[in-house]
Design a protein around this ligand. Structure first.
Ligand code: COA
Ligand code: MG
Length: 304
């Protein structure tokens, strides 16, 4: 799968932003018809998204389309109309507020039908938004509900509302959290989702950081998600892209350390040794697996 360090959310009805997004460094672009689009123009936004997909060259980007939730009057038509008209240009549909595996089954069955009707060979993926208490409770079953699922995304704002947690900022995790809770308020929820994603071989993606004039807070939030095993983070403003890309890419020091570990391991294997020391630290099979993973990631990003 192509990298998804950054997913830039772009309001579906603001076409000028589509061009800006296409010319950005974001790995993926998410054309949104959910929370960034006013209720009274949802129908109009569908045709704008369709026209934008058909009339621009999206081939350099991973293209996501976020429909409205299945618990709204818009969701089913968002799926049907946009995917029928332009689904061949969409890599994955982002489905908000997944509460149950049946939500995934419904979307997947609809996609089956549209793909058969159109004769498309490529299968459209699903990005499942985990952003409710019910969704997190059922996350293990949701993650394996369909092999269309490419990613789980943790939506901290809606999740907070769902559990009745206090709103301390509109930024998502990272801003002012320390004032009301010692440690990392979202650690359990985020780790739980990462565990479900990784045990099913899919990516874990973090929600956006709303304060787009606060690069330090963004960096901190992204670094926390990265430390918990997340593969990328949504962005809501072009200024956030470079910071997120950098945070979710291995640093030159990381790559050099991985190279040393892998070299030492190869040499040890030739000599019939098990664990060895590199720079005064023990290197065993687990360290080699971690270094191998990082090397693979750097290779995937064209860094080695
Ligand atoms: N995608 C593409 N371009 C964007 C963008 C985005 N998400 N956000 C801002 N831009 C563009 C602006 O159009 C502007 O372009 P210009 O220089 O050609 O005029 C430039 O980046 C600078 O924008 P700026 O003036 O700093 O911000 P703004 O006040 O225009 O927009 C927001 C601020 C928050 C309204 C806007 O960033 C936005 O709509 N973000 C996405 C919201 C969203 O998707 N929400 C759901 C998230 S889950
Ligand atoms: Mg949400």
């Amino acid at each position: 799968m192509k990298p998804r360090r950054t997913v830039l959310s772009v309001p579906g009805h603001v076409e000028k932003m589509h061009d800006k997004a296409l010319n950005s460094n974001s790995d993926a672009i998410m054309l949104d018809i959910e929370d960034s689009v006013p209720v009274d123009i949802k129908t109009d936004a569908r045709s704008r998204i369709i026209q934008s997909l058909l009339n621009r060259d999206w081939s350099r980007k991973t293209v996501l389309y976020r429909m409205n939730g299945l618990d709204t009057p818009f969701g089913y038509r968002d799926l049907l109309e946009v995917v029928e008209a332009a689904g061949h240009l969409i890599d994955a549909v982002v489905v908000p507020k997944i509460n149950h595996p049946a939500d995934i089954h419904f979307v997947s069955r609809m996609l089956d039908g549209i793909e058969m009707n159109k004769g498309w060979a490529q299968r459209i993926g699903i990005e499942a938004s985990i952003e409710t208490a019910a969704g997190l409770e059922a996350v293990s079953e949701i993650a394996k509900a369909s092999n269309r699922i490419q990613t789980l995304v943790f939506g901290v704002a809606d999740y907070s509302a769902s559990i009745g947690a206090r709103l301390v900022s509109i930024s998502g995790h990272g801003e002012k959290e320390a004032e009301i809770y010692p440690g990392h308020r979202w650690h359990f929820a985020m780790s739980r989702m990462a565990m479900a994603a990784k045990s099913n071989g899919i990516l874990a993606i973090d929600a956006p950081y709303g304060n787009f004039r606060d690069p330090e807070g963004l960096k901190q939030g992204a670094a926390m998600a990265c430390a918990l095993g997340y593969d990328g983070k949504w962005a809501i403003h072009p200024d956030q892209i470079d910071i997120i890309n950098q945070t979710f890419s291995p640093s030159p020091e990381d790559i050099e350390r991985a190279r040393k570990v892998l070299d030492a391991h190869r040499q040890a294997t030739r000599q019939g040794l098990g664990a060895v020391a590199v720079e005064g630290r023990m290197v065993d099979q687990a360290t080699v697996r971690l270094a191998g993973l990082l090397w693979e990631q750097a290779r995937h990003l064209g860094m080695v």
